[in-house]
Design a protein around this ligand. Structure first.
Ligand code: ATP
Ligand code: MG
Length: 168
């Protein structure tokens, strides 16, 4: 049984993440998706709760065809211990998929195999760009799976983002 681990903040989950996971699904028997900075929400750079992000991911991957687990992971303020923290929260895994240099470094240092998936259309498929578009009332729905559009509608997510971006 080969399990692969993939971590992100998913603020929000978008088509770049979806493409990576569809690729990983062909390489492993099970996928573990870590929802990072799980404790953060209602901030301009982190508008959605861990539970909302779990919903976005679970619904978007309904027809993935590979079993997956979605696990919220809170930050700890000690990078040297972070991999142990992750492993304490997840089923055992053999390989980590990440392009984040710090994540690559930390997993590499403890001898876990890391592969860096290619980036898909990074100028537009980026959480930062999608939040910018939401804030400025520009088109963003084509950059995320339909299930994410639905979740953000249900929680009135764009209004939340615009409201918390205002001054008092
Ligand atoms: P933000 O701009 O808020 O940092 P992000 O788009 O980088 O959002 P993350 O949740 O930070 O999304 O990313 C999780 C993982 O997905 C990271 O390893 C990141 O490199 C990867 N990733 C992000 N965008 C893409 C993309 N367009 N194609 C492939 N991988 C991506
Ligand atoms: Mg990022």
């Amino acid at each position: 049984m080969k399990r692969g681990f993939y971590i992100g903040r998913f603020q929000p989950y978008h088509n770049g993440h979806q493409s990576v996971l569809e690729h990983i699904a062909g390489k492993v028997d099970e996928i573990i998706i870590g929802v990072g900075s799980a404790q953060l929400s209602h901030q301009i750079d982190n508008p959605f709760t861990a539970g909302e992000r779990v919903l976005m991911i679970t619904r978007s991957l309904e027809s993935l065809g590979c079993p997956f687990y979605v696990i919220p992971i809170e930050d700890i303020q000690r990078n040297a211990l972070w991999v142990a923290h992750v492993r304490s929260m997840t089923p055992p895994f053999d390989i980590c998929y990440s392009s984040n240099p710090l994540v690559v470094r930390l997993f590499g240092e403890v001898g876990i195999k890391v592969q860096s998936p290619a980036m898909y259309e990074r100028e537009t498929l980026s959480g930062t760009e999608i939040r910018r578009r939401m804030l400025n009332n520009e088109p963003w729905k084509s950059l995320v799976p339909p299930a994410v559009v639905q979740v953000i509608k249900e929680i009135d997510g764009t209004r939340r983002l615009r409201q918390i971006a205002q001054d008092d």
